[in-house]
Structures are given as structure tokens and as C-alpha cells.
Design a protein around this ligand. Structure first.
Ligand code: HEM
Length: 420
């Protein structure tokens, strides 16, 4: 592959719909050019950082490497469209936690931080278990075959998020359409399935209106949900503004959905492709927590986040200039041969397993404990009832360069009925 072509392949969403190809590209980068200057057609140039220790080194120094203004792989054309649409000269349409740096980031993060910690999340345990049962019952009522993505993986994490945000079940479809319209999908099959939203800008407006009303309601009648925490938050001693609150609802709705969906579906596929590991887990359910960590490492659904250097810096002998962008590849870091023995083997009992699927440092995923709990609840329910499981056709992947994952996972199975 010529050097020029590799740059273009890295930014092409179709690359991420081919996990084998990605593994090959990043394996070569890690050994040949772990910090590589890249100049793709139609994108501003950037460095690709593919080694585990380098990702950590950048992420922990958040004054030298900041999140604003460039966070993801976005073409120059798309950046210009957003800049024009936002009317603020910004290339980001919303003001979200992931886009913030200090001193803004810490107080914004503090709003929801303790809500997302295990002592508070424990109150959701029973609820997650019954949601998991409901979704497994649902496929149990089918004729022994389903598309696990469309029947479970999309809807279960969405319901969890919407529930903590106080959104009723009948609005799930609407929420999915709005968030997809704003985050944008490069996969025509996926965006085609979500018609009914006129444009990105219209979706943002409708979303903001919806949560504006929900916020007002939670200020009047507080509950113990996350929506109440956001609606009643203070920043610098004043009430949180409508734009900031809506941006918060938005980051929770999006960051917590595709990521978990992809991991759940990708995890089931990995178990099917590694029957010995599946058997090991079924014979010893105590392995579930370590199996979930291995699934996270294996799937690593977030392909990257960017940082921008605020000063000149030398990384692995390469001279990074102030103002240059760095693309941190989490899946590549999670397959780094220097950190993970046999990185291309899926092992449900892998220890240690300090993967970076949730990132690292001050922006470390806020919802990671919730994501783990959700996944444990679903796999516990599914595996305890599974009598037989096999692939029922070819799986296929979404063409997306930020959050990747399966778009189709046809399975054939037999489940034990569970007495309520
Ligand atoms: C398997 C599921 C998930 C994965 C793989 C994942 C991954 C990530 C990653 C890689 C980051 C960026 C970290 C960094 O920059 O170092 C992140 C940030 C974030 N995630 Fe997750 N996430 C998942 C689930 C969730 C859930 C369930 C929620 C909330 C309900 C959530 C909310 C957030 C938020 C709010 C941030 C921004 C944190 C900040 O900037 O301070 N995520 N996540």
C-alpha cells in the first residue's frame, strides 16, 4: 500500500467496517511508524498515535494536549458546514464535556460524576436485571433466530440511557432518530432506516425543545434520576443554562448508546467465534467481570479521539508542533504487543487487562461503570439461559470512523424459558 493511499484509507469510514483490515493497518503502524504524520485528501493533516504508552502519555497531559477545537475525524467540508450552521465559527455544534478543557471541564464533569459512581448506580441493579430479562425474553419468543443487533443490541442500551434521563419508552425511536441525525452516519443503510428528521440543525432544535420541557418539569418535581441532577445543576453559583443542560443530555444520550450497543454485539460475536472461551465462561460464570473487560478490549468501539498540542513536544522521537492534531487510536493501543500478550487472542480470563477502551486521564469515560453493569446484566441473563448458539449468516459492520460496530448479527439459538 503506497504511503499516500494509507493516509486516505485511515480516514475512510469503510475501513472500519473491515476489522481484519484495521488490525493489519494498525499492526504495521505500531511496528513501522507508531507516530505517523498523515495528510489525507480532504482532511486537515494530523499525527496518528497507535501505541498504548503513547496514548497514555498524551491523555494524561491535558494542559499540553487539549480537546478543543478538534475532537474527531471530520472532513474539511463537514467542518465548514458545521461552522456555518453553528453561526459561532465553531466546528462543533454543541458545547459538550468531551469538547471542553480546563478550567471549564472539571466543574461540568462534576455535575454528574457522583451520579455515575458505583454507590449510586447500585440502585439500578434490579432494574437492569429486569430490562435484560425482558430483552432476552423477547428473542426467546421468536422462532429461534434473530438479528441480535436489531432485536437487542440497539434497543437495550438505548432504553437504559433513556430511562436514566427520564424519557418514556414511546419516545425511544424519536431519540434514536435525533441523535443519529446530529452525530451523522456515513452508512447509507443506517441513515436510510432513520428517516423523518429533516436536517441536523432541525434535529438539534427538536432535541433541545424536548429536553428543555423535561428540565423544567424536573426543576418543579425533582426525582432521583440523572435528568433531575442536570436540570438542577449549578455552575459558578448560577443555574445551569438551557444550552449547557441540553448539551449535557445530548452527550449522555449519544456517548452511552452506540458504544454499548457495539460492545454487546461485538462481544457476542467474539464468544461465538471462540467456542472454547464461551464454554469456559458458561462453566464458570464468575469469569463474567473479566470476560466483560476482554470484550471491551476486543471490540474497542471508539476508534479514536483527537487532541491538539498547545506547545512543541517530542513523542517517540517525532517533533509535534504546537497546533497540530493527534489521533489517538484506542483499538490499536488495545492490541499493542508490548502490553497485551497474544493481543489477537480473545481470552475471557485475561489478567491483567488494563485496556483503554474507555480512554484514560481526565476525560476517562464518565459512564464506564454503568456500561459494565449493563453488559454484565445482559450477558448474565443470556448465558444462563442459552442451550445453543450459532451464527446464522454473515455479520456485517457499519461504515463509521468514530464509533464502529456490527450492523447485522444473524444468530440461531435455543433458550431456556425462565420462570418469573
Ligand atoms: C462500552 C461502552 C462505552 C465505551 C467503550 C465508551 C468509551 C468512551 C471513550 C473512549 C471516551 C473518551 C475518553 C477519553 O477522552 O479519554 C468516553 C467519554 C465519555 N463517555 Fe463513554 N463509553 C461507553 C459508554 C458510556 C456510557 C454508558 C455513558 C453514559 C451514560 C458514557 C458517557 C461518556 C461521557 C459523558 C464521556 C465524556 C467524558 C469527559 O469528557 O469528561 N459512555 N467514553
Amino acid at each position: 500500500m503506497s504511503s499516500r493511499r494509507l493516509d486516505d484509507v485511515i480516514v475512510d469510514p469503510a475501513t472500519y467496517a473491515d476489522p481484519g483490515k484495521c488490525d493489519e493497518i494498525f499492526k504495521n503502524l505500531r511496528s513501522e511508524e507508531p507516530v505517523r504524520w498523515t495528510e489525507p485528501e480532504g482532511y486537515r493533516p494530523f499525527w496518528i498515535v497507535s501505541k498504548y504508552q503513547d496514548v497514555l502519555e498524551i491523555e494524561r497531559q491535558n494542559e499540553k494536549f487539549i480537546n478543543w477545537p478538534r475532537l474527531n475525524l471530520v472532513s474539511i467540508e463537514e467542518e465548514e458546514r458545521v461552522r456555518a450552521g453553528s453561526g459561532k465559527g465553531s466546528t462543533n455544534p454543541l458545547r459538550m464535556l468531551v469538547n471542553m478543557d480546563e478550567p471549564e471541564h472539571r466543574p461540568h464533569r462534576a455535575i454528574a460524576q457522583s451520579w455515575f459512581m458505583p454507590p449510586n448506580l447500585r440502585k439500578l441493579e434490579d432494574n437492569l436485571a429486569s430490562l435484560a430479562k425482558e430483552f432476552v425474553d423477547r428473542i426467546g419468543s421468536l422462532d429461534g433466530s434473530c438479528d441480535f443487533v436489531k432485536d437487542v443490541a440497539v434497543w437495550y442500551p438505548l432504553r437504559v440511557i433513556m430511562q436514566i434521563l427520564g424519557v418514556p419508552r414511546e419516545d425511544d425511536q424519536k431519540m434514536l432518530a435525533w441523535t443519529k441525525a446530529v452525530t451523522g452516519s456515513h452508512d447509507s443503510e443506517m441513515s436510510g432506516a432513520l428517516s423523518g428528521v429533516a436536517s441536523r440543525q432541525a434535529a438539534i432544535q427538536e432535541f433541545f425543545q424536548y429536553f428543555g420541557a423535561l428540565s423544567a418539569e424536573r426543576r418543579k418535581n425533582p426525582t432521583d434520576d440523572l435528568a433531575t441532577v442536570i436540570a438542577n445543576a449549578k455552575l459558578d453559583g448560577r443555574d445551569i443554562g438551557a444550552f449547557e443542560a441540553s448539551s449535557y443530555y445530548f452527550i449522555i444520550s449519544t456517548a452511552g448508546h452506540d458504544t454499548t450497543s457495539s460492545t454487546v454485539a461485538g462481544g457476542l460475536l467474539a464468544l461465538m467465534q471462540n467456542p472454547t472461551e464461551l464454554a469456559k465462561l458458561r462453566n464458570n460464570p464468575d469469569l463474567l467481570p473479566s470476560a466483560i473487560e476482554e470484550i471491551l478490549r476486543w471490540v474497542s468501539p471508539v476508534t479514536h479521539f483527537f487532541r491538539t498540542a498547545t506547545e512543541d513536544y517530542v513523542l517517540r522521537g517525532k517533533q509535534i508542533k504546537a497546533g497540530q492534531g493527534l489521533m489517538l487510536s484506542y483499538p490499536s493501543a488495545n492490541r499493542d504487543e508490548e502490553v497485551f500478550p497474544e493481543p489477537f487472542a480473545f481470552k475471557v480470563d485475561r489478567t491483567p487487562n488494563r485496556h483503554v477502551a474507555f480512554g484514560y486521564g481526565p476525560h476517562l469515560c464518565l459512564g464506564m461503570h454503568l456500561a459494565r453493569m449493563e453488559m454484565k446484566a445482559l450477558f448474565r441473563e443470556l448465558l444462563s439461559r442459552l442451550e445453543h448458539l450459532e451464527l446464522d449468516g454473515d455479520p456485517s459492520w457499519i461504515k463509521a470512523s468514530l464509533v464502529t460496530g456490527l450492523k447485522r448479527l444473524p444468530i440461531r439459538y435455543r433458550l431456556r424459558q425462565k420462570v418469573a
